[in-house]
Design a protein. Structure first.
Length: 405
């Protein structure tokens, strides 16, 4: 009885304390100020005008799987779309009349990629304005498209200029020429021989042996190269320095898939004395050589889509924004130069004579004319007609007919 009485007293003594504690907590919760829920901003697109705009992009493509958007791979275009949606410069990408001048493949860079699309505008009139907003006013400044997008884009992608575009402008079909640059070391190559050989690419030719054939999208492999120039980047280095940098500039009306990299691969073989310059006109001769010899393409790392030209399109960039872009790319250059210094320090520690060592040449080289050959265009066409799924049917990139590297 005593133990039961003590337990009962203990239970009775604890109950008031529990109720008192709960009342205290309830009072504290009631005294807390109500937190305001963050309102989601709803864009009233009727207030804004819509304008047809061309954007010029520069990017370092080394960490991207090309320019054009893909389902699960990181691409430059995917980042651009994210920025356009985040900044609410575009209402609906699927209905924005979007067009790209071309696409660059995995690891390829650009300084003059151009896209065109319908974007939000502050103006009530002007080139490209197709819809006037209810609150648009005359004599106001246009949206700072460059700064707005660059604040959101990753540091290796930048909008470097913009232009008001006529309503019938299309970044792909309105382009009249494209220019690529390719950076390379002199190594042991004869630059005079290489330069002379490169001139053979100028003009109208069938480049089927200087590209990766994609019959699902391309049936005509004839292209026109307008000009080719080769010049040193580092004038302070002696001509005998194998690490002297050069750049080749190739301008044409349009390019095939991997065309620049295939052209450079053949030029390097000629510069090293492994092939004769006559191999270029020989490969242009489809009747003599209907099938492409197998060879490895040049690296994508130093390739740049440098410029795309259009008629009656004037790109704009303010001086202060230009200075900001210069500062940005200067920081990138400094960081990459420091990384180069780190690698060089390691090389010097291993062997201080590494710069003077000659390039290791292959022990055995097989001439292009003696190598195994791929299927000819006619053979591929017959296979494609027989079974359309054999070639390019399931290519997720769905490449366009006029391609970039």
């Amino acid at each position: 009885m005593t133990e039961q009485h003590e337990v009962k007293n203990m239970d009775e003594s604890t109950e008031p304390k529990t109720e008192e504690k709960q009342d205290k907590q309830t009072t504290q919760e009631e005294s807390k100020p109500e937190t305001k829920k963050k309102k989601i901003r709803v864009m009233n697109w009727e207030k804004y005008s819509i304008r047809h705009v061309a954007l010029k992009l520069a990017y370092l493509g080394w960490r991207y799987c090309g320019f054009a958007i893909q389902r699960e791979e990181p691409t430059v275009e995917a980042e651009l779309f994210k920025a356009l949606q985040h900044t609410k410069l575009v209402q609906d990408l699927s209905n924005s009349n979007y067009a790209r001048c071309g696409r660059t493949d995995k690891g390829v860079n650009a300084f003059g990629q151009v896209v065109s699309l319908l974007m939000r505008s502050n103006l009530s009139s002007g080139v490209g304005v197709i819809k006037v907003g209810t609150e648009s006013k005359p004599n106001v400044n246009e949206i700072d498209y460059i700064s707005t997008l660059n604040k959101t884009l990753p540091p290796d992608i930048r909008v470097i200029a913009w232009a008001p575009a006529p309503t019938d402008f299309n970044a792909r079909f309105s382009c009249i020429s494209r220019t690529y640059k390719y950076i390379f070391f002199q190594e042991t190559m004869d630059m005079q021989v290489l330069t002379k050989a490169a001139e053979q690419f100028i003009g109208f030719h069938d480049f089927r042996h200087f590209c990766r054939m994609d019959l699902h999208n391309v049936s005509n492999f004839e292209r026109t190269v307008l000009s080719i120039e080769i010049e040193p980047i580092q004038d302070d280095k002696p001509l005998s320095d194998p690490f002297k940098l050069y750049q080749i500039t190739i301008c044409g009306k349009g390019f095939l898939w991997h065309q620049i990299r295939c052209m450079m691969a053949i030029l390097f073989l000629i510069g090293k004395g492994l092939e004769k310059p006559e191999i270029i006109p020989d490969l242009f001769d489809i009747e003599k050589y209907p099938r492409k010899p197998t060879y490895e393409m040049a690296s994508e790392v130093p390739l740049i889509l440098y410029d795309c030209t259009f008629e009656n399109l004037k790109f704009e960039v303010r001086e202060d924004i230009r200075n900001t872009l210069v500062d940005h790319f200067t920081r990138s250059w400094r960081e990459l130069t420091l990384k180069t210094g780190v690698v060089r320090t390691m090389l010097d520690s291993l062997d201080k004579t590494w710069q003077s060592k000659p390039e290791v040449k292959p022990k055995r080289y097989t001439q292009l004319k003696k190598r195994t050959r791929e299927k000819s265009l006619e053979e591929r066409t017959r296979v494609l007609k027989k079974n359309k799924t054999d070639f390019g049917k399931n290519d997720p990139r769905e490449r366009n007919k006029d391609e970039f590297e």
